[in-house]
Design a protein around this ligand. Sequence first.
Ligand SMILES: Cc1cc2nc3c(=O)[nH]c(=O)nc-3n(C[C@H](O)[C@H](O)[C@H](O)COP(=O)(O)OP(=O)(O)OC[C@H]3O[C@@H](n4cnc5c(N)ncnc54)[C@H](O)[C@@H]3O)c2cc1C
Length: 506
Amino acid sequence: MDTYPWWTEEHKAFDKEMRAFADEVMPLDVETRWKREFPREIFDRISRKGYGGAGVPKEYGGLGLGATGACIAAEAMNRMPGSGRTFVGNMLGGLRQIIEFGTEEQKSRFLPRIAKGELGAIVITEPFAGTDAAAQEMGARREGGSYLLNGKKRYIVAAGTAQRYMVYARTSQDPEDRKRYKHLTAFVVEKGFPGFSVEKINEVIGFENIQNGVLDFQDVPVPLENRIGEEGDGWRVMTAGLNFERTLICAQTVGWMGELLRNVVPYAERRVQFGKPTISFTNNQFKIADMMMRWKIARLLTYHTAHLWDLGWDITLESNMAKVYNCEGVLASSLDGIQVMGGDGLTPFYPLAAIMKVAKVENIAGGTMEACRLVIHRTGMRQFADDLKMPRRVIHEKLGVPVPAADLPRKEKSVDEEQMLKVLAEDYRVNPGLHMSREDLKTFFDVEDGKLDEVLVGLERKGLVKLLRDKRGIALAKATYDGLNRAFPKEHYKWFPSWVQEENIF
Ligand SMILES: Cc1cc2nc3c(=O)[nH]c(=O)nc-3n(C[C@H](O)[C@H](O)[C@H](O)COP(=O)(O)OP(=O)(O)OC[C@H]3O[C@@H](n4cnc5c(N)ncnc54)[C@H](O)[C@@H]3O)c2cc1C
């Protein structure tokens, strides 16, 4: 696959190096999957090479290649679904949180360990708090120079194998703090802290040789020096890491999409049915074309998002959009690939079934597709606000149909009931089934909100207007049937296309 024009020479060289490294360790990955053993040797080699430090700044012992470098490493390593996922987990396990919220002492203490490939884990999810991550119940009670953590966390990748756990716990039960998202605090818990244990290892698809489990915290003392950010900053710390995490998950999916094609195409070129290679059947070509298209778009989305992050942009929208596109895309591509390969695609002798499993996992882990869509909707409504304004339309003088307006209406400096009713009634001609918003009405009247409300409520009391209220007050308004008739004579609303003969109308 191509490099991108905005990559530095260092990125390009790193991409080459990572691809060669992936080729080298792939046999080990497959072997450990068959044996259901954690791929320890791969992680030892990663540690020796320092690849875990792709996104760690150079001054803390990393390679200083930013989000782009971290994605390059994640893409290459995810020719191997299980090891690749764990590699990403390692880089994610507190990296961004420590860079953004850690003190200088914490950065010097933890970042070189991450760069050396020490395994980390992200610890958010609980038995009773999944998508609703703010509902976490695990408590952290301050006692002198430490906090005591009590509770359980579940579905944690690298449970038991990781050394470092980025944990979120509740430090306030005050409903006001909860409302302001100031109830959580972030901590680094280290393997070996008293009272910290693994309760269960889950059997999860796609994690056949990677531990995923439930953690138990019983009066676990965490020193103040391991608190990341201030008390009550946990939500901010957590969400700061999420956008980075989602971008890296996207890079994983790009690795998988490439690996699917690397298997499917040569296979279909060599598999003969009805006297022809199966790649000559149009249905297989269409599936391969879709897989190529998704791969190319997913890769572009990923590296564009990573680049924006490296430039210091807020990537909330981009990372969530990319996560939905890429994770749904890789799942669709794995199913397409299996279909092209027939029964062989379903066996563990090719990587398609393994990729299908981790692809489904990534539709849930790291933020479900629905959770990402909620973020996209909320952020998009804010970010695209100017592009999503109602286009103004007016009735064409001769044609009598709605057409785009070339200019804004003349704004009245005052408003009375008659003027308001006429505006609402005219809007019935332009958008017959829609209400008008406060913003729409304000393009006609340059008056205070209070005055607008007073006139609208007056008309509502007379039954001439219907109002819809939200928690901020009057949100939408429309003229009622009586209101329409009061504003204009019936004839004002009439319109027939030219082909209709008047004698057929009453
Ligand atoms: C393999 C695997 C690895 C994981 N690794 C980690 C890890 O390392 N660390 C960690 O902290 N967590 C991890 N998780 C947990 C993961 O983040 C959660 O599973 C995920 O956030 C969803 O939570 P849930 O499973 O409790 O589903 P639920 O929250 O119970 O959701 C169930 C369904 O309802 C939908 N839903 C929920 N709320 C809404 C809403 N408001 N609107 C619309 N739909 C909604 C969801 O999208 C989903 O489809 C992992 C999970 C898996 C499966």
